[in-house]
Design a protein around this ligand. Structure first.
Ligand SMILES: Nc1ncnc2c1ncn2[C@@H]1O[C@H](COP(=O)(O)OP(=O)(O)OP(=O)(O)O)[C@@H](O)[C@H]1O
Ligand code: SF4
Ligand SMILES: [Mg+2]
Length: 339
C-alpha cells in the first residue's frame, strides 16, 4: 500500500532476564497509513510501550532486544538500523511523546533552547528567528505567557504544560509519524481533552500519522480511525474504531468494551475483566487469555490460536472463529510465526 508509512511485520522484542527470556512483543504486525490515527489498546503489561519503543529503537538494552521481524518506515526497515540512522529519524521524521514528558525534556536546558534547537534542525533560521517561532508555537499549543515560559526550565512547568511543550516540539519537527504513549494519562480530564485536540489538529493540518498508545478506550473512540488490540505481547484483534466498539469479536476486546463506563449506563456496577495479564514465557502454551476467558474450552489450554478470519477482513486470535480450519489465515498480518 503506497500510503502506508509504518508497517510492523511479525516483530519480536524480547527481554533477557535472570529469570529467563520474556517475549514481550511476540509476533506483532500492524500498519499506520499517512494521516491515519491508529490506537493500540490493552491492559497494563500487554506490550504496548515495548512495541512503540521498538519502533524508535529505544528498548532498554540490556535486557531488551529486537529479536526478529521488520519495522518498515516509508519502505526502510528500521528494526536493525544503525544508531546514527535512528538519530536522524528520531525527533525528525518520527516524533514521540510519552506519559511523563520529563523523560524526553532535558532538565538542564530552558524550554526555548530545546525548542529553538528543534526548529533550527528543520529550517534554516537564525537563533533570533527561531526564538520568535518558538514563542509562536508555545502560544499555539495554549501556553499562557509564552514569551516568559520560553526562558523557563522544564521543572518550572506543570505536567500539562510540559506535555504541550512536547507537542510544540513535535510540531516543530513536522514529523510524518507521531508516536504518543499514554500522552494524557497523567493529566486531569480538561487538560487531557485539550492535549488530544492539539494532536488532532496536528493530524488534520499536517496529515501526520499518529500511533496512539492508551489503555483508555474512551480516548480511542474520540481520536482513532483504527484500533489494534494487544494482549500479552500479541495482537488479538484489529479493526476500525466503529467495528471494534460496536461489534468486538475477541472475548478480550468484548471484556474491555464492557468495562467502558458510558457505554453501559444501565449496569449498576462497572464490569472489570477478572484476573490479570499473565507473565508470558518462551514456554507459554495455549491461548494467553484462557485463564480469564468465559468462553474457554479444552483446546484453548493446549494450543496457541492464530488470527482467524471472522468475517470480511475482520480477524481475531480466538478458536471460536476457527470454523474453517483449512482457511486458517496463517500469513495474515499479526500472525505469530509459531502459532
Ligand atoms: N526493563 C524490562 N525488563 C524486563 N521485562 C520488561 C522490561 N520492560 C518491559 N518488560 C516486559 O514487557 C512487558 C510489556 O511491558 P510494556 O511496558 O510494553 O507494557 P504496556 O502495555 O506499555 O503497559 P502499561 O499500560 O503499564 O504502560 C511487561 O509485562 C514485562 O514483562
Ligand atoms: S481461544 Fe479460547 S480462551 Fe482464547 S479467547 Fe478464544 S475462547 Fe477464549
Ligand atoms: Mg506502557
Amino acid at each position: 500500500m503506497s500510503d502506508t508509512i509504518l508497517e510492523l511485520n511479525n516483530l519480536h522484542t524480547h527481554f533477557f532476564t535472570d529469570s529467563g527470556e520474556i517475549p514481550a512483543v511476540d509476533g506483532v504486525s500492524f500498519h499506520v497509513n499517512k494521516g491515519e490515527v491508529v490506537g493500540v489498546v490493552g491492559e497494563s503489561g500487554c506490550g504496548k510501550s515495548v512495541t512503540s519503543l521498538s519502533v524508535m529503537q529505544l528498548v532498554p538494552s540490556p535486557p531488551g532486544r529486537i529479536v526478529s521481524g521488520e519495522i518498515n518506515f516509508k519502505g526502510e526497515n528500521l528494526a536493525f538500523a544503525s544508531e546514527k540512522r535512528m538519530r536522524q529519524i528520531r525527533g525528525n521524521e518520527i516524533a514521540m511523546i510519552f506519559q511523563e514528558p520529563m523523560t524526553s525534556l532535558d532538565p538542564l536546558y530552558s524550554i526555548g533552547n530545546q525548542l529553538v534547537e528543534a526548529i533550527r534542525m528543520h529550517n534554516k533560521s537564525s537563533k533570533k528567528e527561531a526564538r520568535l517561532k518558538a514563542i509562536e508555537m508555545l502560544d499555539l499549543v495554549g501556553i499562557p505567557r509564552a514569551s516568559e515560559v520560553v526562558d523557563e526550565f522544564p521543572h518550572q512547568l506543570s505536567g500539562g504544560m510540559r506535555q504541550r511543550v512536547m507537542i510544540a516540539m513535535a510540531m516543530a519537527c513536522d514529523p510524518e509519524l507521531l508516536i504518543a504513549d499514554e500522552p494524557t494519562t497523567a493529566l486531569d480530564v480538561t487538560i487531557q481533552a485539550q492535549i488530544l485536540d492539539l494532536m488532532r489538529d496536528l493530524n488534520k493540518e499536517k496529515d501526520t500519522g499518529i500511533l496512539l498508545i492508551t489503555h483508555d478506550l474512551g480516548v480511542v473512540a474520540e481520536m482513532c480511525d483504527r484500533v489494534v488490540v494487544m494482549y500479552a505481547g500479541q495482537v488479538v484483534e484489529e479493526g476500525t474504531v466503529r467495528e471494534i466498539l460496536k461489534d468486538p469479536k475477541h472475548p478480550y476486546t468484548k471484556g474491555l468494551i464492557r468495562s467502558l463506563p458510558n457505554l453501559h449506563e444501565k449496569e449498576q456496577k462497572l464490569y472489570s475483566i477478572p484476573g490479570t495479564v499473565p507473565k508470558v514465557t518462551m514456554n507459554s502454551v495455549g491461548c494467553r487469555f484462557a485463564p480469564r476467558c468465559e468462553y474457554a474450552f479444552d483446546r484453548c489450554f493446549s494450543e496457541n490460536p492464530a488470527l482467524y478470519e471472522t468475517e470480511d477482513n475482520r480477524y481475531a486470535r480466538c478458536f471460536l472463529y476457527d470454523n474453517f480450519e483449512e482457511q486458517e489465515v496463517a500469513t495474515h498480518v499479526g500472525t505469530d510465526s509459531r502459532s
